[in-house]
Write a protein that binds this ligand. Structure first.
Ligand SMILES: [Zn+2]
Length: 167
């Protein structure tokens, strides 16, 4: 596009209601790294089938996924402050998803939830399974269902989903 043409297009946008768009596919690639603490957190799940959090030595905040620094007081969290949090927590929130990213109706709704492990700083967002969406209750106990060890890849999806703990 010529510079003069670009200036003309820019000057035409006098209001944020003048929406414009381009159709097509953008070639955008990225590589996401989970960092040192993220890798260790995922390795515990992959190799041991255990979920670990890290606790700040100063203010005692528990982090899940485990982190190397406290977000509250910026204290470094040493390795010995990592602790197993078990495989179950309480349902903090959830959402029932009926459509895919292209707004196409799904054959079956997908349920996504936030499971809290005893602290507001220790929550995991994940799929909920073996649930009836209209019977979900905030505060109900949910447990992680892990893939078989041979199928785990070091991804958060090594946890297949969280399911209600039968009472
Ligand atoms: Zn702290």
């Amino acid at each position: 596009m010529e510079t003069r043409e670009m200036e003309r297009n820019i000057s035409r946008l006098a209001s944020n209601r003048d929406n414009r768009y381009e159709e097509g596919i953008l070639g955008i690639w990225n590589r996401y790294t989970v960092g040192i603490a993220g890798e260790r957190f995922l390795r515990h799940i992959k190799d041991e089938g255990k979920i670990y959090g890290s606790r700040c030595p100063k203010c005692k905040a528990l982090y899940l996924p485990a982190r190397m620094f406290c977000e509250m007081c910026f204290t470094e969290i040493p390795d010995e402050n990592w602790e197993e949090v078990g495989l179950s927590g309480k349902l903090y929130s959830f959402s029932v998803v009926y459509r895919d990213i292209n707004e196409k109706l799904l054959d079956k709704p997908v349920v996504v939830g936030i499971v809290e492990f005893g602290s507001p700083t220790a929550r995991l967002v994940h799929f909920l399974g073996e649930v009836e969406p209209n019977k979900l209750k905030i505060g109900a106990k949910f447990e992680a269902v892990l893939k078989d060890r041979s199928e785990r890849k070091g991804s958060i999806l090594d946890i297949k989903y969280f399911r209600p703990v039968a009472r």
